[in-house]
Write a protein that binds this ligand. Sequence first.
Ligand code: GLC
Ligand code: GLC
Length: 817
Amino acid sequence: MQYGYFDDDAREYVITRPDTPYPWINYLGCENFYGLFSNTSGGYCFYQDARMLRLTRYRYNNVPTDSGGRYFYLRDGADVWTPSWMPMKSKLDRYECRHGLGYSRISSGRNGLAFTQTSFVPLGDNCEIHKIVLSNGSKADKDIDIFSFIEFCLWNAFDDMTNFQRNYSIGEVEVEGSRIYHKTEYRERRNHYAVWAVNVPVAGFDTDRETFLGLYNGHDHPETVFAGKANNSIASGWAPIGSHHIKMHLAPNESRAMIFVLGYCENPVEKKWEPNAALGVINKAPANALLEKYSSPEAADKALAALNEYWKTLLGRFTVDAEDKRMARMAGVWNQYQCMVTFNMSRSASYFESGIGRGMGFRDSNQDLLGFVHLVPERARARILDIAATQFPDGSAYHQYQPLTKRGNNEVGSGFNDDPLWLICGVAAYIKETGDYGILEEMVPFDSNDDLADSLFVHLQRSFDYTLTHTGPHGLPLIGRADWNDCLNLNCFSATPGESFQTTANYESGVAESVLIAAIFAFVGPDYAEICRRTGRLEEAEAADKAVVAMVETINKHGWDGEWFLRAYDAYGKKIGSRECGDGQIFIESNGFAVMAGIGLKDGRAKKALDSVKERLDTQYGIVLQQPAYREYHLELGEISSYPPGYKENAGIFCHNNPWVTIAETRLGRGTRAFETYAKICPAYREDDSLRRLEPYVYAQMIAGKDAKRFGEAKNSWLTGTAAWTFVSISHYILGIRPEYDGLRIDPCIPAAMKGFSVTRHFRNAVYRIVVDNTAGVEKGVKSVALDGKPLNLFGDGALLPDLDDGKVHEVTVVMG
Ligand code: GLC
Ligand code: GLC
């Protein structure tokens, strides 16, 4: 079934019917103010932190799904309808939703009345803009009533959905003309309020939900709209909302535009009130300035044009052209867009993450950098320093931290023994992209304590050493609470319902070991050694090299199962991911990572491991996490065995680790197979497959595996490490354009049938326009490279374009063969 199509020129996904198999959303905002926006205008917005500073209310797991958003009700004579389809599910003569980069546009029509809503967050301001245009395409005059509707959240989203005994009494608003102010808790400890305004005069307004809807009505039947007249209600407690009532006369062919702004405003404490504080009138200066700025359609259009320009420039840093348009649009546009979103949100707010739970993940955010650092390196730099500041002096780390306070999150604590290594991974990626070794000398606190500050380099050193000093009986790294796989909880032993598998550690085994952490060590260790070498720490470099060699030996000795790499040893020292096991005989993670690290490339183990992955784990929709799926709960394994077979970490297609296999395949030079693993989880290749259900323009965390009843169905779109890793796999390894310390490596590994492609890559201070010719039909191998017409010496795999640093555009022609 077709629900839409990619408009590549406009860089938009065009949804052509509103009843998509799940709400298909977009993100507005890329700085401090964010909105989640579905194809039927559902969603909510917040300032900086989706839990602490949420402007509008949203009910997850609601019926009907996705109810609540920024709604506009139209009353055309006696005909009442909602042009975004929801919440009334109005029959529309036409409907289209275009999700673009940082904006969305819904257009629809009924009975000769045409509606467009263009929604976005402008650069530099903390607000959502909704530009509404109504046009009368009929032959008769029309008198239209427009009612806007949003529901305010009382700021702290968790409290808002739990603490009703208090919340039903605290709601407060002010109204001034066409401007509705939400000021709950402003009188006491808050110095911020929200404003919901429109740039035209209103006939009336409502701010009390019950008055507007009617107590027993849903969003689909607001009493006020059907009555055709606002009540001018002023909320006092209960549920404050913002609704404008606008009357509009439209002659045939006449169009009118209105600008709605939903903004977040802050005042300095001493300037909170209009002169007489006792009157409780808020100081509206910041709102006035904001609304003044966006008071005309032209101003809104200009802000949207600036946003478009911003994205054009950003995505101009890496563009792809190829015969395979699905790959080209994903790698060139949508995958990078998703990388920006994951960088901004971490795992906090999506339609699968409530925005009240998780903060920024230490491991997640370091990985998110990998797909983002080429876009805005300065922001990646700042993020690295934030993350590193939540590390403990012994090298371990808080697993999560809160974006507002930037302090580690005590509820989750530390003990995830893979965390420290991801910091090395993130910093190495940053240095390769930028050449900025200066970051290593930045002074960074440990445990957010300035007294404990040391250079970022020392943080890396502690990360590296932490792994080496926390090993188990086989010399492999101890797993702690979990490694990358949050659900492999080998020291947990939880038999109590409701206990967290991640934070309950009932068992201090000092025995359970992770082959995956060993493989991550083997992957990032050489970068650590290189960073030491390049900053003159030669002894340290040599010691690091030796430690990596020793770790690889340990993996080969204790981490090899005959046909593939083992996954772990449990708290009793028993193997996980071995032929000897009943269920869970082979896992994807350790195999992908070990081969990515280059283990077994010479002795045939790498090939064997990947062949085993293909034979035992591959499916038509991607590679499952392990096989056979656990059928019973294993106390000694934890959450992984708690999921029904085929879902999530229990043998779901956990997309995040599929690109590890893709990259590993390129290390073997198997370009056709690498691309096959890439394409299977890539959403654009399943665009019209409604079984997948989720947005065809973004990756999902998980697709149900072959053991699941709903095999092939995706869940948890948007906020997943899949975004960064697939971008790395396609851009660095398949197309093979990879930043290294001294330049840009050109080393494609593509399907033999791919005749070539071209990429424009900004790298440090130069632009490289790279055209790759594969008429020879090989999978890997570079025969010649010319830079601005002059042949370049080949060395290593492929060629290395020097860091030209001249601000110019350079033409690069590559012939494979
Ligand atoms: C989720 C977590 C990530 C973890 C993965 C596997 O995506 O955000 O940290 O590595 O699940 O459990
Ligand atoms: C839950 C999820 C898992 C995720 C973890 C992070 O365990 O099932 O996928 O990684 O939470 O906290």
